[in-house]
Design a binder for this molecule. Structure first.
Ligand SMILES: *Cc1c(COP(=O)(O)O)cnc(C)c1O
Length: 610
């Protein structure tokens, strides 16, 4: 007896100025039995609704962990619930107009968005084998031609692995099919290539060990005709470091599709003032074709245009100041650099490095309160995964440092620090148009692409960033003079880590850094909670896995360059306009075209209506 059934929720997606409406079909689990009267009548009120609650929990919550997996049974159920609903629906529709499966792969493309839906591969095999009675070879050919897989992260704790025991318990037939896929794949590799058993162990979908596990990324690569990374550097790292053995046997399967963002939301809707200025200058063609935004280049010498550009940025800053006043009751100086880092909290994104810079500035002011300094407002926002202690402690540190700095009469409006609560897309749409400086400072080699970086550039913020993710391609497009790049390259990070990196050497030899670390360790920001930040200090001093100390000096010096550049309003405005003018590559329209051409092999069609 099924405990739940699928309910479809159709969301029309009309797009912008199109002649067609697409359908986004979402699924909810609904209990087939609302209420158990037998339990209710015998006075067991909780048991009466327990089954309903258990069934409906399947689609109740989106797991809030980012770049971290929890091997929860309910999560696996959820993945299967959504995948099975969509596959059944796709097949039902296909069969209305097609008597056989001969054209299925040609008519269907399924893009696996990360490893979360990869159980779809054995699910399609199961349907084709057990329900449609195709041969293994026919079913496998259809399956691999239908699926393609996008990898979104190189962080190892995010690569999904399900224990064989768990999969067998929930989906025994799927587990059988996965073993069969693996056996045939490895037999074929052994036959065709001269590989060691070590390489076989690395390619295997099954990870051996005290507890066998299914590597969902390996299953995705074997069961798909294409795998892609989401920025040029990320794709190179996939080929050389994460899946090198897959790359050597299937080089033709690997593609790059650099991520993008939509200018309709992130400029036209979020920043109406700048949008109108752009429309007046170059027309509104950029809204549907972002390559047209390049025409803004011409206006970098137009004094009136630049003055209006600055006025619009100031208006956006004043609107954010109003929001901050209302929600946080803090006053912010509109003349200050709005220096902003908004994104999920994760150690590799290095919000903590940003805090080290803020404390460095604080010490500079304390040494000479009359110092002529470019005023800064440093804003953070973002959520941490539940139970991610280090990430939550960094948020706590930001709040504590903010309390000290914002209440120190020596600081005045030279420096302000604030953590904005409840980060979301809606809040991002208020924050990003007000930014002068975009912080994209992850340890090189760890951020797959980033998309926040693109939203800021589209709104005329200048980026301070590492050579990581899509920052690399942003520098290429925007030009080295109009972006602030610092820090080690991805291969330098690896080299340092492989040569006994000792963060204490940096602590001992950089006095500013030592002073910053000591001030945290000595409870300057935790007078009433002594020792609360010791975990962060110990992590940095003993391991510093993300190389904050090694990049500290380079970051501080780069921030000094930022401040000097900000003093020259005209030069800053010029760079701001050039950021927007050179951002076209990062439109999601271009990303989707890349998927259509490279991976799905579909062409656009014109829909004419009268
Ligand atoms: C764009 C966006 C992100 C991604 O930001 P990154 O800086 O690329 O990590 C995260 N959360 C929200 C709400 C966003 O709008």
């Amino acid at each position: 007896m099924a405990k739940w059934k699928w309910h479809a929720y159709d969301v029309p997606i009309p797009g912008y100025d199109t002649n067609t409406v697409n359908n986004l079909r979402l699924w909810q689990a609904r209990a087939t039995q609302e209420f158990n009267f037998k339990d209710f009548n015998s006075g067991n009120y909780l048991a009466a609704v327990e089954n309903k609650n258990m069934s409906e929990n399947i689609s109740k919550v989106l797991y809030p962990n980012d770049t971290y997996i929890e091997g929860k049974y309910l999560r696996l159920k959820q993945q299967y619930f959504f995948v099975s609903a969509s596959l059944q629906d796709i097949i039902r529709k296909y069969k209305i107009t097609h008597p056989t499966f001969d054209q299925f792969a040609e008519k269907t493309a399924i893009q696996l968005n990360d490893t979360h839906p990869v159980i779809a591969i054995p699910e399609l095999m199961r349907i084709l084998l057990d329900q449609e009675h195709l041969t293994w070879d026919a079913a496998w050919s259809i399956t691999t031609k239908t699926f393609s897989y996008t990898n979104h992260t190189v962080v190892p704790e995010a690569l999904e692995e399900w224990p064989v025991r768990l999969l067998t318990q929930l989906l025994p037939r799927h587990m059988q099919i996965i073993f069969e896929i693996n056996q045939r794949f490895l037999d074929n590799v052994r036959l065709k290539y001269n590989v060691t058993e070590d390489v076989i162990g690395n390619l295997s979908i099954i990870k051996e060990g005290p507890e066998q596990r299914v590597r969902m990324a390996n299953l995705a690569i074997v069961g798909s005709h294409a795998i892609n990374g989401v920025a040029a550097l990320h794709t190179e790292i996939l080929k050389t470091l994460i899946f090198p053995h897959f790359y050597s046997i299937f080089p033709e399967k690997f593609f790059n599709v650099t991520n993008g963002i939509t200018q309709r939301r992130w400029l036209r809707a979020a920043n109406p003032k700048t949008s109108e200025q752009i429309n007046k200058a170059i027309g509104d063609g950029w809204i549907k074709d972002l390559t047209k935004i390049k025409k803004l280049e011409k206006f970098t010498g137009d004094a009136k245009f630049k003055e209006e550009w600055r006025a619009n940025k100031l208006a956006n800053k004043l609107a954010l100041i109003e929001y901050i006043k209302g929600e946080h009751n803090v006053a912010v100086n509109p003349e200050s650099i709005f220096d902003i880092q908004v994104k999920r909290f994760h150690e590799y994104k290095r919000q903590l490095l940003n805090v080290l810079h803020v404390i460095t500035l604080y010490h500079k002011i304390k040494d000479d309160p009359t110092i002529d300094m470019v005023p800064r407002t440093v804003l953070f926002a973002g959520k941490a995964a539940p139970a991610y202690l280090q990430a939550k402690l960094v948020i706590k540190l930001i709040n504590n440092v903010a309390h000290v700095i914002n209440n120190d009469p020596d600081v005045k409006d030279k420096l302000k620090l604030l953590f904005l609560k409840n980060y979301s897309v809606t809040l991002a749409e208020k924050i990003i148009p007000a930014a002068d400086l975009s912080e994209q400072i992850s340890t090189a080699g760890f951020e797959a692409s980033g998309t926040g970086n693109m939203k800021f550039a589209l709104n005329g913020a200048l980026t301070i960033g590492t050579m990581d993710g899509a920052n690399v391609e942003m520098r290429e497009e925007i030009g080295d003079d109009n972006i602030f790049i610092f820090g080690m390259l991805a291969d330098e990070v690896l080299k340092l880590k492989n040569s006994n990196y000792n963060p204490r050497e940096y602590y001992e030899s950089i006095p500013q850094l030592k002073r910053v670390i000591d001030s945290i360790a000595n409870n300057h920001f935790s007078r009433f909670e002594p020792g609360i930040f010791q975990i962060l200090i110990d992590g940095l001093m003993n391991v510093d896995y993300y190389c904050l100390f090694a990049d500290y000096l380079s970051y501080i010096e780069c921030q000094e360059k930022v401040a000097e550049t900000f003093r020259d309003k005209d030069a800053w405005t010029r760079k701001s306009i050039l950021n927007v003018a050179h951002v076209a590559k990062f439109s999601s329209d271009r990303s989707i075209q890349d998927y259509a051409q490279l991976i799905w092999k579909v062409k656009p069609i014109k829909i004419n209506i009268e």
